[in-house]
Write a protein that binds this ligand. Sequence first.
Ligand SMILES: NC(=O)C1=CN([C@@H]2O[C@H](COP(=O)(O)OP(=O)(O)OC[C@H]3O[C@@H](n4cnc5c(N)ncnc54)[C@H](O)[C@@H]3O)[C@@H](O)[C@H]2O)C=CC1
Ligand SMILES: C[N+](C)(C)CCCC(=O)O
Length: 505
Amino acid sequence: MAQSTLDSMPGASTGTVVVTEPLNFWGGKRVKPRQEKNAEPVFEPATGRVLCQMVPCGAEEVDEAIQSAYAAYQKWSKMAGMERARVMLEAARIIRERREKIAKLEVINNGKSIIEALVDIDIAWQSIEYYAGLAGTLAGQHIQLPGGAFAYTRREPLGVCVGIGAWNYPFQIASWKSAPALACGNAMVFKPSPMTPVTAVILAEIYKEAGVPDGLFCVVQGGAETGSLLCHHPKVAKVSFTGSVPTGKKVMEMSAKSVKQVTLELGGKSPLIIFKDCELENAVKGALMANFLTQGEVCCNGTRVFVQREIMPQFLEEVVKRTKAIPVGDPLLESTRMGALISKPQLEKVLGFVSQAKKEGARVLCGGDPFVPSDPKLKGGYFMSPCVLDNCRDDMTCVKEEIFGPVMSVLPFDTEEEVIKRANNTTFGLASGVFTRDISRAHRVAASMEAGTCFINNYNISPIELPFGGYKMSGFGRENGQVTIEYYSQLKTVVVEMGDVESLF
Ligand SMILES: NC(=O)C1=CN([C@@H]2O[C@H](COP(=O)(O)OP(=O)(O)OC[C@H]3O[C@@H](n4cnc5c(N)ncnc54)[C@H](O)[C@@H]3O)[C@@H](O)[C@H]2O)C=CC1
Ligand SMILES: C[N+](C)(C)CCCC(=O)O
């Protein structure tokens, strides 16, 4: 296959797709890179084959995209919320109609299983549909003042917002950021991760087809340099970032120079606490959901699994049995439940965490090795077997650092008081979870978690209606839910005098 338009996707299989079309988008169309220098190969994780070239945008291209977004913002922000809603609902409908093709392309670029990618695409259109619903509800307040004077507030957009994405949920992150931004009347320039450049531009085409003004959602390709051009640009009002803590800090620092608003969705090392009175089978399923989605490359994963000592043997037996049974392999097969990690360096990094854990005294109960599927086309893929580590202590590297791979660390505990302290003993605070049948305990533990989300008797479900974001070094600001409107809009107070001015001078 020479080209990978969405139309050629239905027949696509692992190892066949090459993307040659330009991956930038502004002014209402795909834009070719100005020069091919600094092009980086993008790999198909399942095969290790080159999928396309990512050519980073330079200062002039970034400026062109931002100017085009600004022009679109001038039109879009003057439309009524209900008018914007109609366009957004059409975009959501188109995504829903093309979900299989988009999911396939996402799999080929990211390596996750098709079964998960389909869910990601569904969450993406749901996000656009949800914020379309809110667009018409944006309103201010009317406040009476003495002597017939009054004031009112207007909820206004910020202007051109920048979205910077990670590689684990490429299309979904682009949607989670653009949907609330657009609903509020902003424009967005989005930079995907240089490792997953191919699906954001599909979203841009769909918005265009749905009827947004040209330039409203732009895509610029690139890595750190392009990202920093975006964060420094004077016409940008806000940066919403998803990625690692060190890069998040840099984004905040750069944005501070021109006092841009910032939303940071950063990493985590979330605790999942399993009490002995839990429904064990559900707790085991929850632990798997908390650790093995998208090859473990999920920011809110519950990677520190605290299990009450009395049920540790049963828990381990069951969790290991099920982990060993996870079908790893061709991510485009419906039967596959774990695909390939994003890159060779990421695979090596994760395997390095497993060897370090062994050195520090952890016991590998299963997995943690490179995995070579029998299918010859997958020989160069970045696969590993999902891993469960036992004998872990709080001071081990595998328990303290975000691994971003399929590695679960299991830790015993005795009392509720003890486990709460240990669970919170981290600089991260993205998510947490608790399995118990005692409802008082469940809510007590949820209230004590220093984390932006606490799942009770489940893990890693993400309905779009629910605010998502971090405490502590996992970031601030929220995505999803009604509250995100506040992060993409600003309030103007208009004060109206009806009488004479009482001047002190
Ligand atoms: N918690 C999370 O959601 C994520 C965590 N990670 C962790 O971070 C590690 C490194 O992965 P990366 O993809 O390199 O993460 P990263 O945080 O460096 O990259 C995220 C995004 O930021 C951009 N970026 C990088 N440097 C920038 C800068 N100076 N200014 C503006 N934008 C910049 C990247 O191009 C990418 O689009 C992974 O191994 C993983 O452990 C990675 C992705 C997501
Ligand atoms: C969809 N969900 C909850 C599994 C993960 C979303 C957060 C992320 O970008 O890692």
